[in-house]
Design a protein around this ligand. Structure first.
Ligand code: 9YW
Length: 416
């Protein structure tokens, strides 16, 4: 067997905490939402039972209103901040109070296809959980029915300190009720992490929403940060397509029609966010009403869930090539060379295997197998050279952040 696949599997074993996988030891010692969805797809390649367990353990944290939280704190650990006492969510199994990109239903379809029809009974409860979550997204995060879903916290994007938030987050005060006691910089070099002021603002938002009792309507009203986000919405649409597909397979015709209508509206809403002068799709800051023009990877993610016309696809691919030119590892999460570009600082430049995975699927869907292949090779080469790092410096290729990272292991297996 390929030595690296063997290593990838060993990482997933080492990060197993009893049917769920932590992203990496110590830095992220709990179950994270979208990490688990990617990890489940990795498991689906060789152990469908374990793949299902991953999603089953995640939905143990689902709220009565349908939200699947970004972190499920199955067991205590003191190596991460903010823990359950900061979130104050009062959920039976402690969880955070915000969510993360809904990759879940994309994974569920893959699991079902890997496991075969005998897995229908095991798939159904997870399908129900996904459906509830998708309804939550549209009700709680798009109450006006625009088709785009909004994030109330940068952590919900999974791209914590992306330049996409610089303007919207600057409005959030750095004052907090909860003392900010960073643990991340005890595990990873501070130069590779978000800054102190980012953390103060992240925690300010947690304090505001905890004071709303985590009620979605109150949060919507009080939110000092509200961005209708293109990457999350594009993921929701792809997941929505997969959910619609499962609904039809399971004979749930009413569900299928409901999801199809939501997907349709979202498809149109995403298309309306295309900006020819930027050659990208953009998010919208719902507090200022402005487009978010920051040059980040998010603007290309709609490739994943739309069948775009050739003009748009050409423009996207040309722009992606321009950003990748001269880099050791693609795809950069911020356009190289602009003022906010920091090639080692988390979501301000580094290349991430799971983002590449989404882009590769999107390029294939839109008839660009060569561009997809180039990105696939770049990702594989980075991992084989540097190991299963959390992310990679696109200029030097250096593996950065946490090591022995679960979703990098899953991505490697998936892309091989
Ligand atoms: C946090 C676990 C998570 C990822 C996010 C990434 C980071 C920090 O780590 O979040 O404290 O939640 O930005 O995408 O899910 O790997």
């Amino acid at each position: 067997m390929n030595m690296h696949i063997d290593q990838a599997k060993r990482i997933l074993v080492a990060n197993d905490r009893g049917g769920y996988t932590v992203p990496t030891d110590r830095l992220y010692p709990f179950q994270w939402n979208w990490d688990s969805a990617f990890v489940a797809m990795g498991f689906a390649l060789y152990d469908t039972d374990r793949a299902y367990r991953e999603l089953e353990r995640l939905v143990e944290g689902q709220w009565a209103d349908g939200m699947i939280p970004h972190i499920v704190f199955h067991q205590p650990s003191d190596t991460y901040f903010p823990g359950p006492s900061v979130w104050r969510t009062k959920h039976t199994i402690p969880t955070s109070g915000i969510t993360q990109p809904p990759v879940f239903a994309i994974a569920l379809r893959k699991l079902y296809e890997a496991a075969g029809t005998q897995a229908e009974a095991r798939t159904l409860p997870l399908y129900e959980a996904a459906l509830k979550w998708h309804r939550w997204w549209y009700k709680a995060r798009d109450p006006e029915g625009t088709g785009l879903v909004a994030l109330l916290h940068p952590w919900e994007s999974g791209s914590d300190n992306s330049p996409a938030w610089d303007i919207a987050l600057a409005r959030v005060p750095t004052t907090t009720q909860t003392p900010v006691v960073r643990k991340d910089i005890g595990h990873v070099n501070a130069e590779m992490r978000p800054r102190d002021d980012d953390y103060k603002r992240f925690i300010h938002l947690v304090d505001v929403y905890a004071a709303c009792g985590w009620d979605p309507a109150k949060q919507w009203e009080k939110a000092p940060f509200k961005v209708a986000e293109i990457q999350t919405t594009a993921i929701l649409l792809k997941a929505g397509e997969d959910l619609e597909h499962l609904a039809s397979l399971f004979g749930r015709t009413e569900d299928a029609a409901e999801i199809a209508a939501l997907n349709d509206r979202t498809r149109k809403a995403i298309l309306a966010q295309w900006r020819p002068k930027l050659s990208r799709f953009v998010s919208r800051d719902l507090i200022s009403g402005d487009d978010v023009e920051a040059a980040t990877q998010a603007g290309f993610i709609p490739l994943l869930s739309l069948d775009l016309d050739t003009g748009i696809t050409d423009a996207l691919v040309t722009e992606m090539k321009a950003w990748s030119k001269g880099l050791k590892v693609a795809f950069p999460t911020t356009k190289p060379g602009i003022a906010s570009w920091e090639p080692k600082r988390y979501w301000r430049g580094p290349a991430w295997a799971i983002i590449n995975w989404l882009l590769i699927d999107g390029l294939r869907r839109n008839g660009r197998p060569e561009a997809a292949e180039e990105l696939r090779k770049s990702t594989i080469m980075a991992i084989e050279t540097e190991g299963f790092a959390e992310y990679f410096d696109p200029v030097t290729g250096e593996g950065c952040g946490g090591l022995g990272f679960s979703w990098t292991a899953a991505a490697y297996m998936w892309l091989m």
